[in-house]
Structure formats: structure tokens, C-alpha cells
Design a protein around this ligand. Structure first.
Ligand SMILES: O=C(CO)[C@H](O)[C@H](O)COP(=O)(O)O
Length: 240
């Protein structure tokens, strides 16, 4: 099993001191920075866009793990690439109604979006809302079109929600077939809920309130590494 990647969500950081918050959390042991982009349409909340990513890039060399909770994500691929994003994760539901998708045939619009992300020089991720089946991603994963799957363990839109334990079963479905895939869980992840996520096969943990809201964020991240190591039965390791 791969090493754990911890990607604190800056949604729970102090936006007025974002560059300092990013620097601090990386120095305390974060591997990536998770950047939640919301458009007030795909989800009922508004956050930030490519200009903020571009500004942050001047202050940080960290891996920018951008989660686009927006309608028409293709519209922003070039802007995010130019701004310095490393991972561009779009929602499957933002491209096609999942009712029109099958687990045996790739939909051209999803293929095209993933290809556009990679052509722009970023890694391609696809996010699933809690009600969307993991099996719908099999055609794209079998073709090697995706670098990461983000499994939402809350309804997207807000930090600080309760972890939906049943959603992590999707990680197990994917892990069984794709041992090397980056499988990210996002929503209500704490040192405690990380156990179920790790046991199901997730290897990228997003946590906003549990890390930025903690008095000792380094300690929380260390507890997450211990939970992961116990689940994976391997020593905790910080990815290079
Ligand atoms: O994508 C998100 C919300 O849509 C956030 O990344 C997520 O909810 C993290 O926040 P928390 O750890 O506080 O649940």
C-alpha cells in the first residue's frame, strides 16, 4: 500500500492570512494543500478561484490539490494550470448526470475533460458526491485517464460536517482493482474517522476543521499517520 498523503483543506484556514497559514501547516507536516473552489451554483457556497491560487503560488512550493466544486469545470482548466495548480479534481456530476453513465462504457465528455486537464500539465482527479457510485469510474480508470479519485464523505459545500461512514465503502471497491491509485477522502476526516477511511483503502486524507481548528495541528496529523499505519500494517512514513 502507498504512503499516506495529508492534504489540509484551507477552507478552514484564516483567509485573511492565507499565505502564512499555508506556510505554517506545511512546516507542521502537511504533504499537500487542498484548495476548495466553489461557485455558488454546483454547491451552495462561494470560495475562491484561480487568482487566489496564483497569489498563493508565489508564497508556496507545496502541491496544490484543487477540488473544483463548480458547474462547467472545463471552463477553468487553463486558468488553474496557469495559476500553478498541480491537481485539478472535477466532479463527475458536473460533467454528466450520473444516471446517464454506465460502469462498462466511458462517456466522451468525461474522457475529454480528463484529457484536457492532463494536456494543461496538471494531474487529473475526479470527485464523487456521496450518492454517486464508484463503479461509474471504472471505464476511465481502466483506460488510465485518472490520477486520483476523491470520495466525498460529506455533501460538498461546507467544512465542519459529520463524516458519512458508509461513503468509504467506495474506497474499498476502487482499492481492490487499483492498488496504486490515489484515493482521497474529504469531509469530516479526523484522527478517529481516518481509521475507517484507511481500512477501506484511502491514502489521501483531506481535513479542514480537524487540522486548522486544532490547538496542535502537528499532533493531529501524526495521529492520522498512526491510524493509517495501523490500518495498512506498515510503519508510518512521510511521502517525499
Ligand atoms: O470539500 C469540502 C467541503 O465541500 C471540504 O474540503 C471538507 O468538507 C473539509 O472540511 P472538514 O474537514 O472540516 O469536513
Amino acid at each position: 500500500m502507498s504512503s499516506l498523503i495529508i492534504s489540509p483543506s484551507i477552507l478552514s484556514a484564516d483567509f485573511a492570512t492565507l499565505a502564512d497559514e499555508c506556510k505554517r501547516i506545511v512546516e507542521l507536516g502537511a504533504d499537500w494543500l487542498h484548495i476548495d473552489v466553489m461557485d455558488g451554483h454546483f454547491v451552495p457556497n462561494l470560495t475562491i478561484g484561480a487568482p487566489v491560487v496564483q497569489s498563493l503560488r508565489k508564497h508556496s512550493k507545496a502541491f496544490f490539490d484543487c477540488h473544483l466544486m463548480v458547474t462547467n469545470p472545463q471552463q477553468w482548466i487553463k486558468d488553474f494550470a496557469k495559476a500553478g495548480a498541480d491537481m485539478f479534481t472535477f466532479h463527475l456530476e458536473a460533467i454528466v448526470d450520473p444516471q446517464q453513465l454506465s460502469s462498462s462504457q466511458a462517456h466522451p465528455a468525461v474522457v475529454e475533460a480528463a484529457q484536457q486537464v492532463r494536456a494543461a500539465g496538471m494531474k487529473a482527479g475526479v470527485a464523487l458526491k456521496p450518492d454517486t457510485l464508484a463503479e461509474l469510474l471504472l471505464p476511465y480508470l481502466q483506460q488510465g485517464l485518472l490520477d486520483m479519485v476523491l470520495v466525498l464523505t460529506v455533501q460538498p459545500g461546507f467544512g465542519g460536517q459529520m463524516f458519512m461512514a458508509e461513503a468509504v465503502q467506495k474506497c474499498a471497491v476502487l482499492r481492490q482493482q487499483f492498488p496504486q491509485l490515489l484515493i482521497e477522502v474529504d469531509g469530516g476526516i479526523t484522527a478517529e474517522t481516518a481509521v475507517a477511511a484507511a481500512e477501506a483503502g484511502a491514502n489521501v486524507f483531506v481535513a479542514g476543521s480537524a487540522i486548522f481548528g486544532a490547538a496542535e495541528p502537528a499532533q493531529v496529523m501524526q495521529q492520522m499517520r498512526q491510524a493509517y499505519a495501523a490500518a495498512a500494517r506498515q510503519p508510518a512514513a512521510v511521502p517525499a
